[in-house]
Design a protein around this ligand. Structure first.
Ligand SMILES: Cc1cc2nc3c(=O)[nH]c(=O)nc-3n(C[C@H](O)[C@H](O)[C@H](O)COP(=O)(O)OP(=O)(O)OC[C@H]3O[C@@H](n4cnc5c(N)ncnc54)[C@H](O)[C@@H]3O)c2cc1C
Ligand code: SF4
Length: 509
């Protein structure tokens, strides 16, 4: 769309694809008579790492709906669609073009969720405004880090509970006299468990259909499928998703938080990460709504959910901004394999992995335990470069933004940061997956076997991982039971494990 300045413009508010909320601070002084909004769809953001078609369609559809909502409010929006001939196809170049044509006095943008984009915008004459949608500002997190130079999530979470008063009683104690109900949140799913509610489907309207058509035209070679699209792409739809979750899923969220079930990509998870990360919802309203329903929700579920948003989400963001840009290069375990090809296709005979990858290809989503204890675990045990795992994750997940994908993938899942996000690596054998899922019974491998043709590759690689990293981890008090079990293995068994592990690594590439 060609840009034309009809009258002097006071402020140009740049709204990036993951900033779709007009309550952000950039809108505080917005005056429709003098100010304009600028939005852009650019190829650079969808190709610097190849992106799942569904993820691109989700962003474009939500951005175009935001444009239309703002226009209905009487605001002027200058919007570059992906196919516009004038589109310079990068955020910085589009911002420069808009500034040249509109000549605004001031340009505001909310702090981007990606260090790379922030760097590209600095020096363009743009004022970067803090993102006010988080409960802990980057400034407050820095102050927390000064008091806790080696912070763990649990300490931060308790600090945030005290600061906000969420789930605290009048005497300043945690509700239920416990900070954490994790021990109640490890059930597998069985025939007697409650039925899993169906997620609400949002039929694409004309705007979304046009966004999908543009994605199929411009990003044919991108990974993933776009066979169906039913995601929430407006604030109203996001609020409905939130209400559905609280009414239907939240009561069982805690108990089955760690479960994995064949054919179920969502279970009792909220599916809110996409809407939260694009700012269709904010963390405070999600927490307030779930606490309003507290009388119908068991405390283990409520606390488990609050911990994800108030604890993990805020913690990983704080770590990202405190540690970038060097954080992206960290590789504490010196992992050097590339990402196995089957992560893009699901072509593997390991049933748990094939299923988790199929969820990712179909939905650009897999729930946390599939991400951590199946997809991430196998890459960690093999020894894949952590940044490559992050790149794959950024490609394939609709909720992946650098600030949240990098610490979760490179840090939590691959232990590439040497223990900043988690004090020990999340490693387990096939027996863990067997306990938490119903996959192993139908798999060609045996989860308890480490050697032989039928041995579960997770199990072989698990013992090999412990063995390879003995110097680093054997004195970690939280890993001593694992090392005691490793020490029971005979020298012959360990030789066979190492041999099979090397074959698996050679075949994985
Ligand atoms: C390897 C790996 C990569 C991940 N990458 C991302 C990512 O790119 N984007 C993303 O939003 N989350 C990421 N997570 C965290 C988490 O897996 C997803 O937030 C969650 O699966 C999203 O689904 P949901 O909305 O149904 O979450 P629920 O299980 O319903 O949790 C509720 C909300 O809590 C928040 N949350 C929970 N855990 C985390 C966490 N560890 N970090 C940040 N927020 C959290 C999310 O906003 C989520 O919507 C990753 C986790 C792992 C292990
Ligand atoms: S046996 Fe191993 S590979 Fe097969 S489903 Fe179980 S954990 Fe996965």
């Amino acid at each position: 769309m060609a840009l034309r300045a009809l009258k002097p413009i006071r402020t140009m508010v740049v709204v990036l694809g993951d900033q779709l909320n007009d309550e952000l601070a950039t809108f505080d002084q917005f005056d429709s008579d003098q100010d304009v909004i600028v939005q852009m769809e650019v190829k650079e953001e969808a190709t610097y790492i190849p992106q799942h078609k569904l993820r691109i369609a989700f962003f474009f559809a939500a951005m175009r709906h935001f444009r239309d909502e703002q226009t209905r409010k009487g605001r002027t929006v200058h919007y570059s669609e992906i196919g516009d001939p004038d589109n310079r196809q990068s955020i910085a170049a589009e911002v420069r073009r808009s500034i040249n044509q509109l000549q605004p006095k001031t340009v505001l943008v909310t702090e981007p969720g990606d260090w790379r984009v922030k760097r590209a915008l600095e020096g363009q004459g743009v004022t970067i405004v803090p993102d006010t949608s988080f409960l802990c500002s980057t400034k407050a997190f820095s102050a927390f880090l000064e008091e806790h130079p080696r912070p763990i999530m649990e300490t931060f979470y308790r600090h945030m509970r005290r600061q906000t008063g969420y789930l605290m009683d009048r005497r300043g104690q945690p509700v239920g006299k416990q900070w954490n109900f994790d021990r109640d949140n490890r059930s597998s799913y069985s025939r007697n468990s409650p039925a899993i509610p169906k997620r609400r489907s949002f039929a694409p309207d004309d705007v979304t259909r046009k966004a999908i058509a543009d994605v199929l035209r411009h990003f044919q070679g991108s990974p993933g499928t776009l066979a169906s699209f039913d995601l929430p792409v407006t604030r109203d739809q996001a609020l409905r998703t939130l209400r559905d979750f609280i009414g239907e899923r939240l009561p069982s969220f805690g108990k089955y938080q760690d479960a994995i079930v064949e054919g179920e990509y969502l279970l009792f998870h909220s599916h809110l990460s996409g809407a939260l990360n694009l700012h269709l919802l904010n963390a405070k309203e999600v927490l307030d709504a779930s606490l309003d329903a507290s009388s119908d929700v068991p405390l283990n579920s409520l606390e488990g959910f609050v911990r994800q948003i108030l604890g993990w989400r805020e913690f990983v963001r704080g770590i990202y901004w405190a540690k970038m840009p060097t954080y992206a290069d960290e590789n504490a375990l010196e992992a050097d394999l590339s990402m196995p090809r089957f992560y893009w296709t699901g072509a593997t005979d390991m049933r748990c992995l094939a299923e988790a990858i199929s969820h990712t290809i179909a939905h650009a989503y897999a729930h946390h335990i599939e991400r951590l204890m199946v997809l991430g675990l196998y890459a960690l045990l093999l020894g894949v470069r952590p940044y490559d795992v992050h790149r794959w994750h950024m490609s394939m997940f609709l909720d992946a933004i650098d600030w949240v994908s990098l610490p979760n993938t490179l840090g939590m899942s691959q232990h590439g940061d040497g223990g900043v996000i988690g004090t020990k690596p999340y490693v387990a054998s096939g027996s863990y997956i067997n306990r938490m899922s119903n996959h192993c019974g139908k798999c060609r491998y045996k989860p308890t076997q480490a050697i032989g043709d039928d041995a579960c590759p997770f199990t072989t690689l698990y013992w090999d991982f412990l063995d390879r990293h003995r110097t680093r981890f054997s004195r970690n008090p939280r890993m001593q039971p694992q090392y005691r079990n490793l020490d029971r293995k005979s020298a012959d068994e360990m030789r066979a494990i190492r041999h099979r592990a090397n074959n698996l690594k050679a075949r994985a590439i």
